[in-house]
Design a protein around this ligand. Structure first.
Ligand code: LLP
Length: 386
């Protein structure tokens, strides 16, 4: 593939569609046999239309967190009735759009939001299906910025308030209560965390049953992580461990539906940011490889100190130590410090791996830069043959 990258202007995202197909097949092989299981791809991870198309064609629904994402999904042929809509701050126009389109259900995060949805639905002569996002107060062993299921986080409704909000919804004629929603965080690799969520949900279901409340849907969110350190060893995440955890531990009642909202695990390993070394600069005790991609294309290292495996696709031995940095006027525009790379020169192609999730979607135009270009495997190969 490297030879085919040569003629393309950098930086760009390369989406390995064969790996994406393998990943989707791995997910489906673990879920298709379970009746009542639903997969909603978390669109925030990657909304590239070429990627969305493959996911949609595989029969996934979508998990959206904005009106823009709902529009994108509808434009890319996701059925409206398989779209779920979460987020702590849904604007009125977004609620109207969702009701107009006929989405499956809202994941509601507060009583004030419930009241606004009820009011808008009533005005539109519709009944809104709502599921409550309950904060399970389950910690996840992940980065502090991306854990969401602790009591201190802004997301969801406290589990102590669960019965009260359901009772409020039951009194609202323009709202139908359809289930509960949970999400404990992202980039989770320890199954213990998902196990803890299962136990918590079982506990909450028992409480609800004692109150005579039944749930049609349980949505466990997403969160399964990927191997950023050695992506070539684990190109496809451990879906068996993940889905087996839910199959074994979650006590679903008869006829109950289980929903998943995976994002990173679906697309993370399929994307690489391909960039070119512009200059190698020697400074006191440091050697910088300055590349033509920056935090504008991939903000994760600057924002979370996230690690991405970096490969020099052109260089050869011996290995040297570089700080790989971008061209943006920010000191935090650093992809990696003390990175071991084969001797790197101006013009070398560099791949920043595992960038398929929260890469392109978090890109910005800071410094008046263009948004990143993107190529799939097929597109790269067809340009190569020309
Ligand atoms: N469902 C809900 C309610 C979520 O908040 C998220 C992610 C997902 C599903 C999908 O989670 P995943 O399967 O991708 O872990 N920008 C950060 C990640 C933010 C995740 C936000 N919520 C990053 O680059 O690591």
């Amino acid at each position: 593939m490297k030879g085919c990258f040569e003629g393309l202007r950098t930086p760009f995202y390369y989406y390995d569609t064969r790996l994406l197909a393998d990943t989707i097949a791995a997910i489906k092989s673990k879920t298709d046999k379970h009746e009542g299981w639903h997969l909603h791809y978390a669109v925030k991870a990657c909304a590239n239309p070429k990627v969305l198309k493959l996911i949609q064609q595989a029969g996934f629904g979508a998990d959206c967190v904005s009106g823009g994402e709902i529009k994108t999904c509808l434009e890319n042929d996701f059925p409206a009735n398989e779209i779920v809509f979460a987020g702590v701050g849904k604007a009125d126009w977004e609620i109207e759009l969702a009701l107009e389109a006929g989405i499956q259900y809202f994941n509601v995060e507060s009583i004030p939001e419930l009241e606004v949805i009820a009011e808008i639905a009533e005005r539109m002569g519709k009944v809104a299906d709502v599921s409550f996002r309950i904060n399970p107060d389950v910690g996840a062993h992940t980065h502090a910025n991306i854990t969401t299921g602790l009591a201190e986080n802004k997301f969801g409704i406290a589990k102590e308030d669960m019965i009260q909000v359901i009772r409020i919804a039951e009194q609202m004629p323009s709202v139908r209560f359809v289930g509960l929603h949970f999400h404990i965080g992202s980039q989770i690799l320890e199954m213990d965390d998902f196990e803890a969520l299962c136990y918590r949900i079982n506990e909450l279901q028992d409480q609800l049953e004692a109150e005579g409340i039944t749930l049609k849907n349980i949505n466990v969110g997403g969160g399964l992580g990927i191997d950023y350190k050695t992506p070539d060893e684990h190109p496809v995440p451990d879906f068996k461990a993940y889905f087996d955890t839910y199959a074994k531990l979650l006590k679903l009642r008869s006829g109950q539906h289980l929903h998943f909202e995976l994002g990173r695990a679906v697309v993370g390993q399929c994307g690489s940011l391909i960039t070119r070394c512009l200059y190698v600069k020697q400074a006191q005790e440091r050697q910088f490889a300055i590349v033509d991609a920056g935090m504008t294309e991939l903000i994760r290292p600057a924002l979370y100190g996230a690690y991405h495996y970096i490969q020099n696709l052109s260089g050869s031995e011996p290995v040297q130590t570089y700080d790989v940095v971008g061209p943006i006027c920010e000191s935090s525009d650093i992809f990696a410090k003390d990175c071991q790379l084969p001797a790197t020169q101006r013009g070398d192609l560099i791949a920043i791996r595992s960038a398929g999730a929260y890469g392109e979607t978090m890109a910005s135009q800071y410094n008046c830069r263009e948004l990143p270009r993107t190529y799939t495997t097929e597109e790269v190969l067809s340009k190569c043959k020309m």
